[in-house]
Design a protein. Structure first.
Lengths: 110, 117
């Protein structure tokens, strides 16, 4: 069965304290791995798509990487405005598209 | 483009009542998804459509749930009769299936928060 697991569930960082969020996946055929950001009361907002192991994408303080079993979202020198829930999702070729993980709630303290 | 538009944003109803949630996808997107989000279970895919045709409704929890997409610019999710355990945020998302930049990326609406008393 296809699964997506994110860790940790919650993360509190001091402003400027870099860290990483993990997304482990088990799918029979990965077509793409997606990272989204969700702010309270809003829908998830797209950040990155990764398609193959070894691929990396960057946007401001965020960098996403992909291996054959997991993806990391690295946050460098975070700011309070980076506080949000970060979701990863996998697009599988088994038919039930876009499995989402339960997310990591990130709080960055000034 | 105004993005994916959902209505209503908030709905409070009593158990047993019919609830209809509405979604207007992004023009040019040919896939539409309905998700339900709760604290306990996160984002769950209920059903998705390709070119207005339901492809996979295995996530629809019960026969009380139904979804339609009569045309490329409109979809509804109906719950009849509603129950307290249906309380959640329901999201609609659309995407352009295919290849190239931006393909297969879900764009979400702001969600409809449903409370069933």
């Amino acid at each position: 069965e296809d699964q997506v697991t994110q860790s940790p569930e919650a993360l509190r960082l001091q402003e400027g304290e870099s860290s990483s969020l993990n997304c482990s996946y088990t799918v029979s055929g990965l077509r793409g791995l997606f990272w989204y950001r969700q702010d309270p009361g809003k829908g998830p907002e797209f950040l990155f798509t990764l398609y193959s192991a070894g691929e990396e994408k960057e946007k401001e303080r965020l960098k996403a990487t992909l291996t054959k079993k997991e993806s990391f979202l690295h946050i460098t020198a975070p700011k309070p405005e980076d506080s949000a829930t970060y979701l990863c999702a996998v697009d599988s070729n088994t038919g039930n598209q876009f499995y989402f993980g339960t997310g990591t709630s990130l709080t960055v303290i000034p | 483009d105004a993005g994916v538009i959902q209505s209503p944003r908030h709905e409070v109803t009593e158990m047993g009542q019919e609830v209809t949630l509405r979604c207007k996808p992004i023009s040019g997107h040919n896939s539409l998804f309905w998700y339900r989000q709760t604290m306990m279970r996160g984002l769950e895919l209920l059903i998705y459509f390709n070119n207005n045709v339901p492809i996979d409704d295995s996530g629809m929890p019960e026969d009380r749930f139904s979804a339609k997409m009569p045309n490329a610019s409109f979809s509804t999710l109906k719950i009849q009769p509603s129950e307290p355990r249906d309380s959640a945020v329901y999201f609609c998302a659309s995407s352009r299936q295919g290849f190239g930049a931006g393909a297969n990326v879900l764009t979400f609406g702001a969600g409809s928060r449903l409370t069933v008393l």
